[in-house]
Design a protein around this ligand. Structure first.
Ligand SMILES: [Cu+2]
Length: 133
């Protein structure tokens, strides 16, 4: 079924007055907008094959910005976030940049609070805790 009578997909007749049963407007949109508004900026530096912080802490579901400053001349680094230290399941993998260089990474934090893991993929000995609260 297509056409003017079916603009709103599977919504039942009278959808505009029943936001609990239809996600195309009303309360659902408002809640998403409010959640997307939470933004967090974190500065991370790499120097001498070491990160400037051992812990990155963010709020669950936040839009995270990592301002990454690689100060190692001629050395590639990145920041990558994984579910745990096995680094088998990626949450976010930042682009590798060769220093001196700065790059801004943006991604969404996990919705589930807990202790995650970040590292440099080029030098796995550079790592720390990515904490979601
Ligand atoms: Cu590195």
């Amino acid at each position: 079924m297509r056409g003017p009578g079916n603009l709103y997909g599977s919504c039942p007749t009278g959808w505009a007055h029943d936001t609990s049963r239809c996600s195309h407007g009303g309360a659902g949109v408002t809640a998403e907008a409010a959640r997307a508004a939470e933004k967090m900026a974190v500065a991370v530096m790499a120097e001498g094959f070491s990160f400037s912080t051992e812990t990155i802490t963010v709020r669950a579901g936040a839009e995270v910005t990592i301002e990454f400053d690689n100060r190692d001349d001629g050395t590639p680094h990145n920041v990558a976030v994984y579910t745990d230290a096995s680094a088998s399941e990626a949450i976010f993998i930042g682009e590798v940049v060769t220093g001196p260089a700065e790059i801004t990474y943006t991604f969404t934090a996990p919705e589930t609070p807990g202790n995650y893991f970040f590292r440099c993929d080029v030098h796995p000995s550079m790592h720390g805790a990515f904490v979601v609260t």
